[in-house]
Design a protein around this ligand. Structure first.
Ligand SMILES: C[C@H](O)[C@H](O)[C@H]1CNC2=NC(N)=NC(=O)C2=N1
Length: 102
């Protein structure tokens, strides 16, 4: 089993348990979350950090931004479903969305 193999429903549910606000899309083929920030600049900062994480993972989000809102959908095109890479990118996005407290 590799990171690009499609996960079954149980494995997806287990992964989502560690990702607050993320859920399985209705079609069961992707995971999604809507982020809201204080401003466009904060939203764009989140997207910039997420973009760098995506490049490192060689795994890229589908997303839509309006002002302070970012709708994110993660799926693995090659697997036609959710893989460990989607869960890994979601975890990086969670970190990008909540700056570490000193
Ligand atoms: C060649 C390259 O590794 C692939 O095209 C990668 C790039 N980023 C990707 N991102 C996503 N979300 N799904 C993919 O299948 C995918 N494939």
């Amino acid at each position: 089993m590799t990171k690009r193999d499609r996960l079954n429903a149980d494995d997806i549910a287990a992964g989502l348990a560690d990702l607050p606000g993320w859920s399985l899309a209705e079609d069961g083929l992707s995971i999604e979350k809507t982020y809201r920030f204080k401003s466009f600049v904060e939203a764009f900062g989140f997207m910039s950090q997420s973009a760098l994480a995506a490049e490192k993972l060689d795994h890229h989000p589908e997303w839509f931004n309006v002002y302070n809102r970012v709708d994110v959908k993660l799926t693995t095109h090659t697997a036609k479903g959710v893989t460990a890479l989607d869960l890994a990118l979601a975890a990086r996005m969670e970190a990008a969305a909540s700056p570490a407290c000193p």
